[in-house]
Design a protein around this ligand. Structure first.
Ligand code: BES
Ligand code: MN
Ligand code: ZN
Length: 500
């Protein structure tokens, strides 16, 4: 898809389609008004006859509107003017894009970016329009023998801004939106890939693809090296799998040499069967997305490499597969982590924390400015926050606030949960320094408490994306989250302006 911004009046556009809004009930937006005048009341006549009420998401495609240079006019219902919020704006854009893509307009000029959305500026509206467009048009076709694309798909879209003064802001919004969308696509593609193909070695291959950016260098740690490093907890989880555990390390060197990096660590369980504590069969296929954290880190590294952010960032993909086997680790085993602390395994399905704790100790060597881990860590997080918000926990208040701020700016929702010491005793073990199981109460928090015992040497935040990284149900698939939030966080750190 090609995107651009322009500042013009609707009647002057010569395009396959122009897109303008209509509010409920039957109220023309200023741009629709202009078209109505030129066409001598053609549009207001239609509305009067009841063809379109203006409810949010309603679509009416018109051909050969009198005196209009464009072939088509798409009228888009925008709901009540005063109720137009961010969520509705994105829904309207998404529905518009679907309609355009399916009705033969290969290009369009869209005036919906001029709609007034509560407390959001033109930068935000254009950037969200770009991200939403790419998200809407995404489909995972790698494994389909018949691709089934529309005959005349949408190829080019112009978002209009009110005046020429806003053109540079709009262009910056397109550039940022495209980078984030590219990152999200990378995340979705690897996360949707089936687990017979997407294993830890595949994650490394995908990381290496980013080496086409001059700022990026990739290395990896295999099982033999993990052994030497003492990463016995990480190794234990992968021991039942025929696929070797591999930790991929992606360096983005955009800052000064020697400048402390931001480190992102992604849980990369390319399949989580539960191991000896086998999961129930229902929806077990969805555990291919248990590498959603690694996929999110990979996509974020893609976005920031494309933006060429002037900071140093290291992305770790903690690749591993959790399978039952004669070699598999078992409940009752006591593991010695890279930190030296011991863990009594009470459930082999609480494997994410066992992989992450060693990765979090490993990254100490980078003397990081801060560390964020991203993981589909607990089913309890879905119970607490559903599919809408990522759970955030942190040992450093300013970092938590920075992340929540980035979440608010990017529209990639997140909510903080507490990490109070009161919860720590749920991990007590009579045999080792701790267990890997905190019990039913506050499962998301006790998982983070476990990790917090390995992150004392730096400022750290944990993101539980179990609910947000993918959609379940008929339309299941990876969402590309939390790439927008993480990219925004890093853009803010790099001092990139994202307002007008
Ligand atoms: N990968 C799962 C968490 C998960 C569950 C993510 C459902 C997305 C959807 C994780 O490894 C796991 O199995 N967690 C257990 C922890 C429990 C054994 C303490 C869980 O949430 O049930
Ligand atoms: Mn598990
Ligand atoms: Zn898991």
């Amino acid at each position: 898809m090609e995107f651009s911004v322009k500042s013009g009046s609707p009647e002057k556009q010569r395009s396959a389609c122009i897109v303008v809004g209509v509010f409920e009930p039957r109220r023309l937006t200023a741009v629709a008004e202009q078209l109505d005048e030129i066409s001598e009341g053609y549009i207001s006549n239609l509305l009067r006859r009841g063809d379109l009420e203006g409810k949010a998401g309603q679509m009416l495609l018109l051909h050969h509107v009198p005196n209009i240079l464009s072939e088509r006019v798409l009228l888009v219902g925008c709901g009540k003017e005063r109720e137009l919020d961010e969520r509705q704006y994105k829904q309207i854009i998404s529905k518009t894009i679907k309609t355009l893509n399916e009705t033969g307009s290969m290009e369009a000029v869209c005036f919906l970016s001029e709609l007034h959305v509560k407390s959001r500026d033109i930068y935000w509206k254009v950037r969200q329009a770009v991200e939403t467009t790419q998200d809407t048009l995404y489909s995972f076709l790698a494994m389909k023998t018949k691709k089934g694309e529309p005959r005349r798909p949408l190829r080019k879209i112009v978002f209009n801004v009110p005046t020429r003064r806003e053109l540079p802001i709009g262009e910056r919004a397109v550039e940022h939106g495209l980078a984030i969308a590219a990152g999200m696509k990378t995340t979705k593609d690897v996360a949707n890939m089936p687990p017979n193909i997407c294993n830890p070695a595949y994650l490394l291959d995908q990381a290496k693809e980013l080496e086409t950016y001059p700022s990026v260098a990739v290395e990896s740690v295999n099982e033999k090296q993990m052994h030497e490093l003492g990463m016995h907890s990480y190794l234990a989880v992968g021991r039942g799998s025929a696929n070797e555990s591999i930790m991929s390390i992606i360096h983005h060197k955009g800052g000064e040499e020697g400048e402390a990096p931001v480190v992102l660590v992604g849980k990369g369980l390319t399949f989580d069967s539960g191991g000896i504590s086998l999961k129930p069969g229902e929806a077990m296929d969805e555990m291919k997305y248990d590498m959603g954290g690694a996929a999110g880190v990979l996509g974020t590294m893609h976005a920031i490499a494309q933006l060429n952010l002037p900071i140093n960032v290291i992305g770790i993909l903690a690749g591993c597969e959790n399978m039952p086997d004669a070699n598999a680790y078992r409940p009752g085993d006591i593991l010695t982590t890279m930190s030296g602390q011991t863990v009594e395994v009470l459930n082999t399905d609480a494997e994410g924390r066992l992989v992450l704790c060693d990765a979090l100790t490993f990254v100490e060597r980078y003397e990081p400015d801060l560390v964020i881990d991203v993981a589909t860590l607990t089913g309890a997080c879905i119970i607490a926050l559903g599919a809408h918000a990522t759970g955030i926990m942190s040992n450093h208040n300013p970092l938590a606030h920075e992340l929540l701020n980035a979440s608010e700016q990017s529209g990639d929702k997140a909510w903080r949960l507490p990490l109070w010491d009161e919860y720590q005793s749920q991990l007590d073990s009579p045999f080792a320094d701790m267990t890997n199981l905190g019990g039913r109460a506050a499962g998301t928090i006790t998982a983070a408490c476990f990790l917090s015992r390995f992150t004392k040497k730096y400022n750290w935040a944990h993101m539980d994306i179990a609910g947000t990284a993918w959609r379940s149900g008929k339309n299941k698939g990876a969402t590309g989250r939390p790439v927008p939030m993480l990219s925004q966080f890093l853009m803010n750190r790099a001092g990139i302006e994202s307002e007008d």
